[in-house]
Design a protein around this ligand. Structure first.
Ligand code: MIC
Ligand code: SF4
Length: 758
């Protein structure tokens, strides 16, 4: 049974984790016959059985025992609805819920939080009572964004956690293997099962030199994203090492690990160093820092690997921080990377709107004390010269602790003095929780943010908004110039009276000199007497719906399936199941299925996005309606995806909705890791074209058979027959990544059915 959940990680939990290292690393060295990277150390120390765990990176599946589970409100609802059906009295691993995604940014922190409490009261009450009943710690709305709260309270060097959010790897800034997963994976671990995943490859990033000038931690990951692209990290842990790592604060390291999600990495991590220790001490964890110091040799790469990284990593990238310039990425994808000095020319060439309509600082990736401090430093330079922002600037602090501290230290006042508005400690505009009144749908306009994702329509629901990402200080400087084509590093900003002001590179304290002000505590411990807690789900609720198990496989091949859609190009989870206004239905499978595929660019009906062809009469129909109509008519269907299908979020709704609406298989050129895992968990066949060109063979009026299902086996190709309307047929080979266990989930109808013993 889990130790009681507290507002911070108890020391005993860390001691127990560290006690496993010596034996596990002994097993690892003996079995591998070589020195270890830091990521491998943490993985072995958390293997269910280090003596037998799979060791073939990128090939074997392995069972791990994470130390913690964290869930945010938008994904926790579905995770906990699934957990409730497992029939267990309490979670088996320390777990927490964090309320951050459902707060809409409209006016400012106080009133936005009040209306969120009102609008979401039913969901918050559900999460609060489920948490209280099943031994889960509950962080109420306003306490901060999950990843910042985890970094401040729960992350520890050498630990392992999973979280139902793709940016869980943020905790890698403190040396944790922290992996984003779908809710069903979290349910396994909370139920006492191991976390099963493919043994990751390890990509090494060697950092030389040191960060200085305008270059920030954000620019390191923007640069890495430019090199690796949105799928370059798939199936791999990105491990940073080298002398440059020590020039980056713990929260800066977290920014880099956070955005590793954008390159598809399983997670990213930094070794434990003096900056990590300073952060632990500043956040009230002095004893933990001392414990980590005592185990420091386990919390970093082996010296032999450091000396000859090419030999031990699957790939090594070298970055010289001395030469790093500030960068901006976008629009529409986080790997379209340019140094600031080249943005203006590119913007003119590509005809991006040059005026910046909004600038936004914050999100789980960039809202630390240091981040706000550097932005505030730029703001102070501007104030001294009589400048105010030319583009509206919105600030979302990452946690209540950061908010209270930056308020006390005058940093918020510095930003407000140039015209910034401070929003609630929450995700807000990062996830489309932003009521924006200055534009109409379809208006082409440019925004810049310090967030991590910039997929079309993500921030404001308008696919015509061009969203760019940079560091908080870059975004603040750009709010002052108001333009994409002013290189604030080399060119002056012009004040209202025409004076030219040259901004200098910001500097700021990495940690508050007067210590953190914890602000108002937002933690609620689980109930001492769980039987006293009643979880109420109203039968007519629009927000929460109890789950029915998906039916088991009936033993037959899938034949005569329609092709609901064929995605062209990028198809992220924001295309498959967008957030924003739909977040309110995250606990209600029927209602949220109304958004299925609404952002998809379907090869068979490109305009508007989210349309499909009803093969029965040739009409163009919104995809959610088409899926519903096919379901009502008892028609099964497949969806076809391009490269990196399901990139982005961990939301398992993007897999549950197709399953619920009669989708039986998704066939893609390639998948993003979390989404592929989610499809498998929910009993959907995730098949990859063996020859990516076969994607072209599938047309709107075809029907598809998946044959030989009874013989599904790990590593064995699956045959797909594509019947064309003229009577011809193509036979297509597909591959899959199902292990025996995954095949058992498929047969049972879903992983949850197996867990329940159905
Ligand atoms: C995101 O950044 O896309 C989200 C919203 O945090 C998601 C989780 C969700 O969809 O609830 C994520 O990153 O996993
Ligand atoms: Fe929230 Fe945005 Fe971070 Fe996702 S990326 S957890 S929406 S702040």
């Amino acid at each position: 049974m889990a130790s009681p959940v507290e507002p911070t990680t108890p020391l005993e939990l860390v001691e127990t984790a560290y006690a496993r290292f010596p034996r596990a690393l002994g097993d690892a060295r003996r079995r591998l016959g070589r020195p270890l990277t830091f990521a491998e150390k943490v993985l072995f120390a958390h293997a269910d059985d280090p003596a037998t765990v799979g060791i073939d990176r990128g090939v074997d599946y392995a069972d791990y025992r994470p130390d913690r589970v964290a869930m945010q409100d938008a994904t926790a609802q579905m995770a906990l609805l699934q957990f409730m059906t497992a029939g267990l009295p309490t979670v088996q691993v320390p777990s927490t819920v964090h309320c951050d995604h459902l707060i809409q940014a409209r006016v400012g922190a106080d009133s936005d939080l009040k209306s969120a409490l009102d609008v979401n009261s039913e969901v918050y009450e559900f999460l609060r009572t489920v948490s209280a009943k099943y031994g889960i710690g509950f962080w109420k709305p306003g306490s901060g964004i999950i990843h910042q709260v985890v970094l401040e309270q729960y992350a520890f060097p050498g630990g392992m956690m999973i979280g139902t959010d793709s940016h869980t790897p943020n905790a890698g800034g403190l040396g944790m293997v922290a992996i984003g997963v779908g809710g069903a994976d979290a349910v396994d671990v909370m139920a006492g099962w191991p976390f099963n995943t493919r043994v990751p490859k390890v990509i090494g990033v060697h950092l030389r030199g040191e960060l200085s000038g305008w270059a920030a931690a954000k620019d390191v990951i923007l640069k890495v994203a430019g090199i690796l692209t949105v799928k370059g990290g798939t199936g791999a842990i990105v491990e940073y090492f080298g002398p440059g790592a020590e020039s980056i604060s713990a929260t800066g390291k977290a920014t880099i690990c956070n955005m590793g999600a954008e390159i598809g990495a399983t997670c990213s991590l930094f070794p434990y160093d003096a900056r990590s220790a300073a952060y632990l001490r500043a956040t009230g964890r002095e004893q933990l820092a001392a414990l980590a110091d005592a185990h420091a040799e386990h919390l970093r790469i082996d010296p032999e690997v450091l000396d000859d990284p090419e030999r031990y990593f699957d790939r090594v990238i070298d970055i010289d921080l001395d030469e790093l310039e500030p960068h901006l990425v976008g629009p529409h994808t986080p790997d379209l990377d340019r140094p600031i000095s080249e943005v203006g020319a590119a913007a003119r060439e590509e005809d991006y709107p040059l005026d910046i309509s909004y600038a936004l600082v914050g999100s789980c990736t960039n809202s630390s004390y240091e981040d706000i401090g550097r932005a505030a430093n730029v703001a102070r330079q501007a104030s001294a010269a009589g400048l105010r922002v030319k583009s509206p600037l919105l600030i979302t602090p990452g946690s209540e602790q950061v908010r209270a501290t930056i308020a006390r230290d005058g940093l918020l006042a510095d930003l407000e003095a140039i015209g910034a508005t401070v929003l609630a400690n929450a995700c807000g505009p990062c996830i489309g929780q932003w009521q924006r009144d200055d534009i109409q749908q379809g208006d082409r306009n440019t925004i810049v943010s310090s967030f991590n994702r910039n997929f079309p329509a993500r921030n404001d629901g308008n696919a015509a908004t061009l969203s760019f990402i940079g560091s908080p200080e870059t975004v603040t400087a750009m709010a002052l110039t108001g333009r994409l084509d002013v290189d604030f590093v080399h060119e002056p900003v012009v004040s209202p009276d025409g004076t030219k002001v040259k901004l200098t590179a910001p500097s700021a304290d990495e940690l508050p000199a007067k210590g953190f002000d914890p602000g108002e505590s937002g933690f609620q411990a689980p109930a001492a007497d769980p039987s006293s807690v009643e979880v109420v789900v109203k039968p007519d609720s629009e927000r929460i719906e109890l789950l029915e198990p998906f039916p088991a496989w009936d033993g037959n091949d899938f034949t005569g399936m329609q092709v609901l859609m064929k995605a062209v190009g990028k198809c992220t989870t924001d295309h498959i199941s967008p957030a924003g206004p739909w977040l309110k239905y995250r606990g209600h499978l029927t209602n949220i299925s109304g958004n299925l595929f609404v952002g998809v660019n379907n090869a068979f009906a490109l305009d508007p996005p989210g349309s499909g062809v009803d093969v029965r009469d040739g009409s163009i129909t919104p995809l959610p309606e088409l899926a519903k109509a096919y379901k009502a008519a008892g028609i099964w269907w497949v969806a076809v995806g391009d490269e990196n299908y399901g990139e982005g979020s961990s939301r398992e709704h993007a897999a549950m909705e197709p399953r619920y609406m009669n989708g039986r298989a998704v066939i893609a050129r390639s998948f993003a890791r979390i989404h592929e895992a989610n499809l498998k968990k929910q009993g959907v066949l995730a098949l990859t074209f063996a020859d990516p060109d076969d994607y072209e063979r599938i047309q709107a009026n075809d029907t598809v058979d998946v044959v030989g299902i009874a013989d599904l086996a790990p590593g064995k190709a699956v045959t797909v027959l594509v019947h064309h309307p003229d009577g011809s047929m193509d036979t297509i080979a597909t591959t899959h990544t199902m292990s025996d266990e995954h095949i058992a989930w498929f047969r049972a109808g879903s992983a949850l059915n197996v867990l329940r013993g159905n």
